[in-house]
Design a protein around this ligand. Structure first.
Ligand code: GDP
Length: 481
């Protein structure tokens, strides 16, 4: 599967990256997670808080007043779209609506000036760090295992997964369609397209809100980026291929060729040009949505997380050899949107994330990288309060539910502040995998973004958050020491 050229290219890229790092320190931070996990919101909040002097007491450089200023600069990679920070912040602040989510890779360079904590270093020059933030869909990472699989294995694995209980009813239509074609028949564009469409529809259905299943490869089927409608995406698994050699001109041969082209022209360049150059990585997960959907969705999320983390393992495949993972030395797995539950449950959420990440980290064998987990909210859309109900005092969260959200028969108009009792997360993290009595009844509602709040100096306004500063400290704190 590996070619000398790929290895050599990575080596050259990696070396070049290190060399340009000299003199002008730069750090590449990857931000990923499956769609709707909170990547766009996380990056917007991080940059806004650094530029506008947000309240960041758990971030050393900010706490000790050593941050001089932070500003946006031209990014180093001309071929990568820029992260649309200004549009996202305008949506959040002017309209109080959530920004448009990540659909493809994008990048932003934030330069941070600071005073070094050590007097010795301070006497030479003020510190300056260029932080290159790379936003990309987690779905694309899930393609890495494809590099180690031929088309026949990919097909078999897809059918095996489609047969799982949680997926069976969703995959039904595609399975019937696939069952009706003959892989040895003459290749036919319309058949290929129909199969690709029903296969994609099945993948989409898995992702739909009430199911909250994570996805299967190929990642571009759900997040095509600029490949929308391209022939590279017009293939699908075929049944009953075990041991079969494709006959020239057959449907099997055509699908196999497209699958290989997808690996060569889509998957490999993505890893080579982007993933192998990262220094730090945050993986965002929407744990709450999976918890809400039940144990099937939780197990699925754990599986996706394992596969995502495995991409950062040293020498995880022949293709991406140890060269790159020696670079990624810190990985943070974070459940964002913790503002949807009361702070009394934050530690429970963190314990759940730890539980989810534990096995994933073990299986991914991330020796050499520091891994941490966190429950956070990049943007805090709620405040806390209590209400008395039948003599009981209940902890509630208060915010403006999005227009159209419903709870107990009530539908919200998007303007009215409301107190909601979100329920408790389970005390024992293990119970999230089981359908037992402690199964949670969290009622979470999506809220509108908040108004700005005043920072400690009382003058500047910043976006409120929960533990965003802890994330910053773990991800870049050491570079500002
Ligand atoms: P992406 O697909 O990973 O880029 O996801 P987004 O950043 O666009 O987030 C998806 C949705 O999750 C947003 O539109 C918000 O509704 C919600 N969300 C993301 N982050 C937060 C957060 O910190 N707090 C709250 N309350 N909601 C969030």
């Amino acid at each position: 599967h590996t070619t000398l050229t790929d290895e050599a290219l990575i080596a050259i890229d990696t070396l070049a990256g290190r060399l340009t790092g000299f003199g002008k320190p730069s750090l590449r931070l990857g931000v990923t997670g499956l769609s709707r996990a909170g990547k766009t919101v996380f990056i917007s909040a991080l940059v806004h808080n650094l530029i506008h002097g947000g309240r960041l007491p758990l971030f050393d450089a900010a706490k000790s007043g050593r941050l001089t200023k932070a500003f946006l600069e031209h990014q180093p990679d001309d071929a990568v779209p820029r992260f649309q920070y200004e549009d996202h912040v305008a949506a959040l602040l002017s309209d109080r609506i959530w920004p448009e989510s990540t659909r493809a890779i994008s990048e932003l360079r934030l330069t941070i000036e600071f005073e070094s904590a050590s007097g010795w270093r301070r006497t030479f020059a003020p510190g300056r760090l260029s932080l290159d933030i790379v936003d990309y869909p987690g779905e694309w990472l899930l393609d890495l295992p494809l590099l180690g699989k031929d088309y026949e294995e990919f097909s078999k694995d897809s059918f095996d997964l489609a047969a799982l209980d949680v997926r069976a009813d969703l995959s039904d239509a595609w399975l019937r369609e696939a069952g009706a074609v003959d892989p040895t028949a003459e290749a036919d564009e319309m058949t290929a397209r129909r199969l690709a469409e029903t296969f994609t529809a099945y993948l989409r259905a898995c992702k739909a809100d009430h199911r909250a299943l994570s996805t299967l490869p190929p990642g571009r089927f759900l997040m095509p980026g600029d490949l929308e409608g391209s022939p590279a995406l017009t293939f699908a698994p075929l049944p009953g291929l075990a041991g079969a050699k494709p006959r020239h001109g057959s449907l099997h041969a055509m699908m196999q060729r497209r699958y290989e082209a997808y690996k060569t022209h889509v998957v490999k360049p993505f890893f080579r040009e982007h993933i192998t150059r990262l220094d730090r990585q945050i993986v965002l997960i929407d744990a709450m949505q999976a918890l809400n959907a039940g144990p099937g969705a939780v197990a699925d999320l754990e599986r996706a997380l394992t596969e995502i983390l495995a991409c950062f393992r040293p020498g995880s495949t022949n293709f991406v050899s140890g060269l790159f993972s020696r670079r990624i030395d810190r990985i943070l797995v974070a459940a964002t949107k913790a503002d949807q539950i009361h702070h009394e449950s934050h530690d429970r959420l963190q314990a759940i994330v730890r539980r989810l990440a534990e096995r994933a980290v073990q299986r991914a064998d991330l020796t050499g990288a520091k891994v941490d987990v966190l429950a956070m909210a990049a943007i805090r859309a709620t405040r806390e309060g209590t209400v008395k109900q039948r003599g009981e005092t209940l902890p509630v969260i208060i915010g403006t539910p999005l227009k159209g959200e419903t709870i107990g028969g009530e539908t919200f108009d998007g303007e009215t502040e409301t107190a909601i009792f979100p329920g408790d997360l389970p005390r024992r993290p293990d119970s999230i995998f089981k359908d037992d009595a402690e199964k949670t009844a969290i009622r979470f509602v999506r809220f509108r973004p908040p108004r700005l709040e005043r920072t400690a100096d009382g003058l500047t306004l910043s976006l409120p958050h929960i533990r965003l500063d802890r994330a910053l400290q773990f991800l870049i704190g050491d570079a500002l020491a």
